[in-house]
Design a binder for this molecule. Sequence first.
Ligand code: ST9
Ligand code: FAD
Length: 663
Amino acid sequence: MATRMNPDLKKERESASFDPEKITNFLYGGPEKLRRKRELESLALNDPDFQHEDLNFMSREQQYETQLKKGIAMITKMKELNITDFWDQYYYTTAVLVSDGYPMSVHERMFLPTLRGQATEQQKEKWLKMAENYAIVGTYAQTEIGHGTFVRGLETTATFDPKTQEFILNTPTLSASKWWPGGMGKTSNYVVLMAQLYIRGKSYGVHPFMLQIRSLEDHKPMPGVTVGDIGPKFGYDFMDNGFLALNNVRIPRENMLKKYSRVEPDGTYVKPPSTKLTYGTMVLVRAGIVMSSSRVLARAVTIATRYSCVRRQSEMKPGHPEPQVLDYVTQQYKLFPNLAAAYAFWLTGQTMMSVYNKSSSQIEKGDISVLPELHALSAGLKALSSARADVGMEECRLACGGHGYSHASGLPRLYTNSTPAATAEGEHVVLMLQTARYLMKSYTQSVQGEKLAGSVAYLSGVQPVPVAGRTRNMLDLGVLCDAYEHRAARLVREAAEQLRSEMQAGKDQADAWNATSVDLLKAATAHSQYFVVRNFAERLTDTTLDSSVFAVLTRLCQLYALHGLVTNSGDFLEDDYLTGADIRQARRHINTLMAKLRPDAVALVDAFDYPDGILNSILGRYDGNVYEHLLEWAKASPLNITDVHQSYQKYLKPFLQANRAKL
Ligand SMILES: CCCCCCCCCCCCCCCCCC(=O)SCCNC(=O)CCNC(=O)[C@H](O)C(C)(C)COP(=O)(O)OP(=O)(O)OC[C@H]1O[C@@H](n2cnc3c(N)ncnc32)[C@H](O)[C@@H]1OP(=O)(O)O
Ligand SMILES: Cc1cc2nc3c(=O)[nH]c(=O)nc-3n(C[C@H](O)[C@H](O)[C@H](O)COP(=O)(O)OP(=O)(O)OC[C@H]3O[C@@H](n4cnc5c(N)ncnc54)[C@H](O)[C@@H]3O)c2cc1C
């Protein structure tokens, strides 16, 4: 049945300066890919097997069960429908799972990639086939109750016993217990266990081991294994993140994943070309998070922008009709920089994935020289994009006023299920400091006259501070890229100088690093932000872009860069690279850009192409019919099943009656 479109949203769509379909094509890689995406989404969204009561009305146990059941149906159907391509799977599963995951997400995101990346061909034959066909289900068990960040400090041990040709696995202390792995609490029967390898009393560092934790017959824990769910969290209710303790559990020598390193029968250790190859799965997921962060932000902005056109509040002028809240420039200032950021990170995510794919095929061929750049780039961009999405989603929620706090908006769930991306897979600061480490090394190399390549090439030739009295066009993307480049290069140089001066003052390397770490964090953030701005600007050099699309994307790119510049203005002013007049000009341009983007706002979020089924938000509905659906949704709340809740009889009635009797 065709539904009536909210007249405000209808008008918004009619006033756009471009056809959103053209941008959608640009974002999704062309009409054929877009057609396929829509086909897969509609297959999933119209499948009755994936319909169920709103998860927000369920207990945690019910959510776990619902998502598991749905996930199993999803896997079965993907097989039947032969959905095997990465993107095809991504679109289909996103439409099934909406803003949640399911208890086997880590099986797909980490367990399978670890087997693919760390197992020998023989081991793949044994386990990967089973895992890919879901004859077994596994997770990635690295983090312990005492250590997540400090992987080298993990306490779980795998001690080689040459007599039996086995490894003996132990979590020797409470703090060694594995804690957090997704799907370990109740679902998985296997894990890739990250443990310290010991041979004849000597430690060889953390290595991956295949471990069966539950019986394939009755799913009970294997001997020596204690395993369970870690309890409710901030979000992720559907997921059974787990704990695991091991007491003298023996596994065959063959269970060490030994593509890169191995233990010979006599206990000889064969070391890998780089110890960091063991961290490969984390790098893959970090690269993926750059992309997924942009997409959750895009969804939040879609919801808040559409709702801001439907929502009318207050009087701008006495006696006039209440304006759409998006007409308040302060509301635009809440939303449009987030809109621009969603576009900026969407394009960054694409670049990150292509750098990842290129680098990993080089690593596959034995060229590990690309590893440091890949690690530094993915760490910094993962940290930046997840933090930006976090802040942006919360701003979008606040922009929806009271209704933003309701689960009907879709925003709380989107937020609580996405915010782990800022912590999991490497905590924000920790990862930024990894990028800083690479920047410090690269800077030293450039000072020593080495030519730098890749994301740090700019450190070799720094933009000089221009002479005083010049004027700049702060809308010029070249000017903006130069400013970001200069800021990043200067902050890298100053952090390096600070580090050196701390050491010259007598601190050892570690203390000097710690003392400089706020500057290092700032430098790595500036470096990552520069990458995002430059990447956006470079994508606009695509000569095949339609002129109306080019115009509106240029505005978004300008807004993204200018907003970052104004909010970090101190960085640009400190060494007089920009002047106060430049910053004032930038602020004025932001206002002008927001006014120009205003008529295109709805079309720009429509272009992200999230169907209602995926947005899962009453506030963000495509047709804008918010209030009637809010009421309908509230009526479905379990508390409304009866007019009088049973607790009235149990508690409220006697309490009120007793109080009345006392009067
Ligand atoms: C489309 C798909 C979308 C998928 C995504 C969807 C996302 C949805 C959002 C929801 C998110 C929820 C996800 C749930 C799953 C989470 C799973 C986990 O958390 S699992 C658990 C995740 N856990 C974590 O992430 C733990 C975080 N901690 C760590 O990774 C490490 O301990 C460390 C990196 C901090 C330090 O490592 P350490 O060994 O102490 O190293 P040092 O500092 O001593 O540096 C020594 C040298 O090594 C170098 N190097 C380092 N790493 C790498 C690398 N990867 N490579 C290369 N090199 C590397 C480093 O540069 C340095 O080089 P140099 O200067 O000497 O030349
Ligand atoms: C939802 C979710 C799912 C997860 N899934 C999995 C999983 O499937 N498998 C798995 O193995 N793990 C998983 N994890 C664990 C996750 O990877 C870790 O929690 C994460 O890596 C952060 O480590 P931590 O908890 O030790 O934080 P901590 O390191 O204890 O962080 C605490 C604070 O210390 C600071 N800090 C720590 N070290 C440094 C440093 N060197 N320099 C400066 N500051 C520092 C941090 O910045 C932070 O502010 C999951 C976590 C979450 C939240």
